[in-house]
Design a protein around this ligand. Sequence first.
Ligand code: FE2
Length: 482
Amino acid sequence: MELRGPGGNAGAFFVVPPWAVSIGSRGARGARAVAGLRGQSIGLGSGAYAPYRFRRPHARDRSRPQPAPSPETALRDRLPVTRERSLWLAEGLSDADATVQSMEDASPAKWHLAHTTWFFETMILAEHLPGYTRHDDRFPYLYNSYYEALGSRHPRPRRGMITRPTLAEVMDYRAHVDAAMAQLLESAPAPEVLELTELGINHEEQHQELMQTDILHLFAQNPLRPAFRPSEPLGVSETGAEPLDWIAFNGGLEAFGHDGGGFAFDCEGPRHKHWLEPFRLASRAVTNGEWIAFIEGGGYATPALWLSDGWATVQAEGWQAPFYWYRRDDERWTMTLRGPQPVDPAAPVTHVSYFEADAFAAFAGCRLPTEFEWERAAHGVAPEGNMLDSGRLRPAPANGGGLAQLYGDVWEWTASPFAPYPGFRVAEGAVGEYNGKFMNGQYVLRGGSCATPPGHVRATYRNFFQPEKRWQFSGLRLAADG
Ligand SMILES: [Fe+2]
């Protein structure tokens, strides 16, 4: 599929970010990328704080066969790469950019940077590193998100009031905790420390996606519509979307949920059996062009298409298009992480709520898939796609036929409420608050997005949001009975 920019210029328009290497397969390319960054300071705004120095993960001689790394070694490699990715995301943000909170759902970038650090400090260092001294005893009140077991905290809607500590001081906090974590991981840590470190890494990856969607929401409020990353014109398809095919799946009794091999969040298990009737899934996600047909077909003005709560929300919020869409010179444009861009009819629609996704499915004479149908389709499919490491930062048109876009591009709303699987038990202690207490009033999304860090999602991964939320990279894929 040929792409052209709005000015007719074709070609590459983004750069692969420097950390875009997978830990498990880091070869010469990755080693050069990391080595090339060593000692480089991150230029945030005016550079008012001390330069952060990248630490080079363990270099290995790739000319000889390498034994599989131990769990400690793998985590020692992955932790700094994850932490540096957060700094890369913060690059270019002024202290003001990183401090303002644009709505209650969104958090300032500075808060994300500090909260993920607090997680390592509180869950791991304070308990497991003898003699550890907290960077600042006041920080737990500021950066505890929602853990009742860990004490009182600053109200979420007022995170934007935390003008101090400065961004530079938050970076100092990160460096303090990074040094302590490195020390702990060098000291033959207990299995519990390794498990919590892996949880902390995955937690920070979740916040890396939130940092992007929260910055996008913040910049969309600014009449100047600043770009998070350089605003080269993004491609608009000339040839239209891939034709939509239907993929048929047999029904039957099958196992779902994580099997216990490798990391998973607690809500992904226990693995259990679930009955499926035969069903069909669309070969790709719903596109912007199809969404325009929904708009022009009266989708936002036809109550019969909507759930009752959805229609009430349409009325209350005045929804007439996906979040961030607007008209410019009689064309449809949208705000993106690369600034204002024309809506690409062939790309997946994004920033739509569950209510909108459900109404579109009704408009199309279809339905949303259940999370089990989605997971059944994802069995045996590598979790690869247009994610954060592509550098594109927005969904891309499907390309190649077959079952496309399962991973990356847009999170896909499912018809399934976020509920515990049979046999689910909340873990003891503060980590038990991670997912279980949110199993109420939210729907499951699957597959990751263009903002998801590489290696973060898998077939059993369950994201979840309330049905009216639109600021995530959320879209949909149609389903039908078999
Ligand atoms: Fe968190």
